[in-house]
Design a protein around this ligand. Structure first.
Ligand code: DHB
Ligand code: FE
Length: 288
């Protein structure tokens, strides 16, 4: 059985990639955001995951409005990044784990999720920026990856309840896997933001802080929200919270908030990081 070492939520604003490119992490604008990351990096160094399962949303690099799967899973030996027009450096390829991907796909389809399986898949900033934040300046990515793209772009979107169930099914698949992989689950995007329309610039701190608690202690409340309610509360692009909800679904029923950071704004977005671990995991890791 694979071991789920913990769950991470991370914003994926392209401007963060720009700050990394310019080595601007210590500038006054960026510092409050980047200061939230060292505890997560220390945890990664301690727990040494071998695989990242990442719930994220593609913004038009691999899928466009003409063909938009609700849920798409990578089953490729390698995932490439490409220029999306943000001026970010193209990241080196990410190693896949096709055997594990196919195992997850088999389980999801058996559980009646009608997913799209991708033996080729480009990954955009929603995937690369979190990876850069987790492992800055590293010569080789130290993990294999299983990318899972959730449609947060073209309505109708999957409900929070459905995304939670998707995550739960991924967690079940990992529990049934015979390999010894150590898996970190990541959900990217959010928190509240709206890039377009009359409410462009909308941020909802109260709702964000509620979510950071509810993801830990009251996920059922978040799964009751409808998509129109989520848009109202978090903004049109804040619905990327769906990726965090799926991440939470893959974790054990009880988790603790090992680390959280929240900073307004990064570009147009309320930027956050969250680390959720199993309460017993700390002592088990220390004993090992
Ligand atoms: C921004 C945020 C996003 O989630 C994204 O995908 C693109 C841009 C922003 O705040 O600029
Ligand atoms: Fe986004």
């Amino acid at each position: 059985m694979a071991t789920i070492v913990g769950g991470l939520g991370l914003s994926h604003v392209p401007a963060i990639g720009g700050a990394i490119k310019r080595h601007a992490e210590h500038d006054p604008y960026w510092r409050p955001f980047f200061d939230g990351l060292p505890p997560i990096r220390r945890w990664l160094a301690d727990t040494r995951p071998s695989v990242v399962v990442m719930f994220y949303n593609d913004h038009g690099l691999n899928f466009f409005l003409d063909k938009m799967p609700t849920f798409a899973i990578g089953a490729a030996p390698e995932y490439r990044n490409a220029d999306e027009g943000w001026g970010l450096p193209v990241q080196r390829p990410f190693r896949g784990n096709p055997e594990l991907s196919w195992h997850v796909i088999e389980h999801l389809v058996a559980q009646e999720f009608d997913i799209t399986m991708c033996q080729e898949m480009l990954v955009d900033h929603a995937f690369t920026v979190p990876m850069q934040l987790l492992w800055p300046g590293i010569a080789e990515w130290p993990v294999a990856v299983v990318p899972i793209a959730i449609n947060t772009v073209q309505h109708p979107l999957p409900s929070p309840g459905r995304c939670y169930k998707l995550g739960r099914a991924v967690g079940e698949a990992l529990a049934q896997w015979t390999g010894k992989e150590r898996v970190a689950i990541v959900g990217t995007g959010g928190l509240s933001h709206q890039l377009d329309g009359k409410r462009a610039g909308f941020i909802n701190k109260e709702f964000d802080l509620y979510c950071l608690d509810a993801l830990t202690n009251d996920i059922q409340a978040l799964t009751q929200l409808t998509i129109p309610e989520l848009v109202e509360l978090s903004g049109t692009q804040g619905v990327e919270l769906l990726n965090w909800i799926a991440m939470r679904g893959a974790l054990p029923a009880t988790v603790e908030k090992s680390h959280v950071s929240y900073h307004i704004p990064i570009s147009n977005t309320a930027a956050a990081s969250l680390l959720l671990t199993e309460p017993a995991a700390k002592s088990r890791e220390q004993a090992a």
